[in-house]
Design a protein around this ligand. Sequence first.
Ligand SMILES: *Cc1c(COP(=O)(O)O)cnc(C)c1O
Length: 357
Amino acid sequence: MTELNIHVELTESKKEKPLSDQLEFGRVFTDHMFIANYTEGEGWADHRIEPYRPLTLDPAAIVFHYGQTVFEGLKAYRSEDGTVRLFRPEQNMKRLNASSDRISMPKVNEELALEALKKLIEIDQDWIPTAEGTSLYIRPFVIATEAYLGVSPSTKYQFMIILSPVGSYYKGGIEPVKILVENDYVRAVSGGTGTAKTAGNYASGLKAQEIAGQKGYAQVLWLDGIERKYIEEVGAMNVFFKINGEVITPALNGSILEGITRKSVIELLNHWDIPVIERKVSMEEIRTAQRNGLLEEAFGTGTAAVISPIGELSWKDEKLVVNNGEIGKLSEKIYAKLTGIQTGKVEDPFGWVVEIK
Ligand SMILES: *Cc1c(COP(=O)(O)O)cnc(C)c1O
């Protein structure tokens, strides 16, 4: 298939759009959605954009029982000149396929998936909010739909894209968060599915997140699944530390999800000639650096928040305050540059942005 033939069925009853200042994350969806169906032996077919509505699936569909499903997350921004911009969307489609491969699902055609996404956004473009910090969150995902209770890869799938206008992650300005270092539960181990954006990883993280929330922490910092020593990620974000002038992020070790924001931050730091290194980093090392006054900054990276500064790490009843609980200079500079590129306010020297009309 080289040309995308998408059947479009427009809605007859457009929904009311939420006010910009009342937007939350992921609660409201636009008027339309994209769907394609896959059947083993035939490939992807029946590409269509339809009114947003509930699905009808067999209760025995494999996705409900064995979690054979992957997802992506990216954003579209409306810039001041009215153009709509996507940030490195081809990276998301590539990762969608890498995730699918890990759990024995068929790949989508990345270029065509991107075309479908652009077409869907074009149709629902009035839903892209314009207020500072707002955007249109894009959720592509694939689900296993065959009705079969045997544990084996599905022979049928649906690829879908839904859109959700989202509010500013930082309503009252960027606030550094308190993080609980998790010593009991783990997110992933090398050889498992940590490198894939697949549902089970998130279900397995809910318990630790819930406990941390009850204790007053915004998120957990995940340690490695074998020794509980080395830092992996923070919530569903990658994590960076600035120690004595050098930026460090855990190396991709087979259990960490390779974030596109992570990759962009590394490329940006290289561009600025700021030393950045990907390597193993232990919690012990972070504590020592903090005690010696060398832990300058810590922050999470991900599409939702872009940069999320860490103001305090709680580890085994010890509270490690970072930069007096304030946002660091470098965190702020990275945040300004990335969001500036995404919204078209500053020049994009990397060619990261894809404009759609
Ligand atoms: C999506 C995700 C990230 C961040 O990836 P981005 O591409 O930067 O949004 C990091 N960790 C986990 C576990 C994730 O699911």
